[in-house]
Design a protein around this ligand. Structure first.
Ligand SMILES: [Zn+2]
Length: 432
């Protein structure tokens, strides 16, 4: 289903022309009206006249999260406060949080992007969508809420927590689609199993729109096997506006609406723009934002930008599955490890349940990584020998994928923490 066929399927060359003129206008406007951008462009010796083609965008300096913190709360805003109609705040794990402001048009384009995304996976007026993202300062709840209303779906603003009640409402109200973090959906699957609910038999739930944290293809397979529900990946960060872009029915990358955002992948070390299909760090320029413009913002998420034609007919480029954030990368005994690689390896072992935790400590000069893994109830045994065999099997699987020796601790079903929002599965205790 297309929400805005003419724009979504615009010929690629025409889309590139549109992107170029949008960026040129944006930079020209910011240079003349926003002290932060003018100063920044001057210090990199670049001015709007230097941008003569789309590839000239690479002449513009990057923006970083640190700049948002340094200019907290509203020094980077580009409109008077009277035009700002909403704030969202992302929780910073370190330092000040990031404040994002929205004009009416900003909210409208955010909702438009979500309307296109939800339509592309077949969500429309026949659907009831349970929004189990947090409502509030976090962008997930309100973002999906307005996107789903715009396509005419019936919205159940469930927010997070009270999982049994959520499952009861899901049954009573014939919910067909859920939007939440993959961690929360997994928790929901476990709770449903405990109280005897089978999604396919006892509910109308058929689709899950999952995001706000990196998750692997292994986890998708697992979720679909356990629930019978088709799972789609959704992408966005609060700086962009919030969750905005999803896969289409082809599920071969997330479509980035080309008239709304321009996405590049760069080499994280050199900053050079990579070729289509090469994996690096994502850099985004938002083409329509008013209150809080973004020009070449380094998102830190690792992915590739693919520009071939998608069989669905949409011309907008796609990004491949996010394999992690460059700041989530753990360096353990000199080897780069992403939590998503660990998840992928664990999901290959049928006896492993859906919950795991990663701990890194330092003993003397040596890093030590321990992966705690919950075992499925049917695979858990009192026989010590069986458990020792299983543990070494998991350790060798991890070694195969990570090239690194890791200790595994087996946990009984239900022993590890559950997450109703974003999961926090990594504890790096080396800097403590
Ligand atoms: Zn597509």
């Amino acid at each position: 289903m297309f929400w805005n066929h003419d724009i979504e399927c615009m010929p690629k060359e025409e889309l590139k022309r549109l992107q170029y003129s949008s960026i040129k206008n944006l930079v020209t406007k910011l240079y003349s009206s926003n002290a932060f951008y003018r100063h920044k462009m001057d210090s990199f010796d670049v001015e709007p006249d230097d941008i003569r083609s789309l590839s000239d965008v690479s002449k513009l300096p990057f923006m970083t999260k640190q700049e948002f913190r340094d200019n907290y709360p509203t020094k980077m805003f580009s409109v008077p406060n009277t035009d700002v109609v909403r704030y969202h705040v992302s929780s910073g794990t370190t330092g000040k949080p990031t404040l994002v402001g929205y004009t009416r048009n900003d909210l409208d384009y955010w909702t438009e992007a979500l309307a296109r995304s939800l339509s592309s996976i077949g969500v429309g007026e026949d659907d009831t969508l349970q929004v189990s993202y947090g409502y509030g300062l976090f962008t997930g709840g309100l973002g999906l809420h307005y996107g789903a209303e715009r396509v005419g779906a019936t919205v159940l603003p469930a927010s997070t927590g009270s999982t049994e009640r959520q499952l009861e409402l899901m049954q009573d109200l014939d919910v067909t689609v859920i939007a939440c973090t993959p961690s929360y959906f997994i928790h929901m699957i476990d709770v449903a199993k405990d109280i005897g609910i089978d999604f396919l038999r006892d509910t109308k739930l058929r689709k899950a729109v999952l995001g706000a944290e990196p998750w692997s293809e292994g986890m998708r397979k697992r979720i679909e096997e356990y629930s019978g529900v088709r799972a789609y990946d959704i992408y966005g960060t609060s700086e962009l506006a919030g969750p905005m872009f999803t896969e289409c029915e082809e599920r071969n990358g997330i479509h980035i609406c080309g008239d709304i955002a321009y996405m590049e992948a760069i080499d994280p070390q050199s900053g050079e723009v990579l070729e289509p299909g090469e994996k690096g760090e994502l850099v985004v320029t938002m083409l329509k934002k008013e209150a809080f413009p973004l020009v070449r913002y380094r998102i830190r998420d690792l992915s590739a930008v693919c520009d071939d034609v998608c069989p669905c007919g949409r011309s907008s480029p796609r990004i491949s599955r996010i394999s992690g954030r460059s700041d989530d990368m753990l360096i353990v005994r000199g080897i780069n490890v992403f939590p998503s690689q660990i998840e992928y390896a664990l999901m290959q072992v049928p006896q492993v349940g859906n919950q795991y935790m990663i701990q890194v400590t330092r003993e003397g000069a040596l890093d030590n990584m321990v992966v705690q893994v919950e075992i499925k109830p049917e695979s858990f045994s009192d026989k010590v020998e069986d458990m020792i065999l299983l543990r070494s099997h998991i350790e060798s699987e991890l070694k195969k994928y990570l090239n690194l020796g890791v200790h595994v601790e087996l946990k009984a079903p239900g022993e590890l923490p559950r997450f109703d929002g974003k999961a926090s599965r990594v504890k790096d205790k080396r800097s403590l």
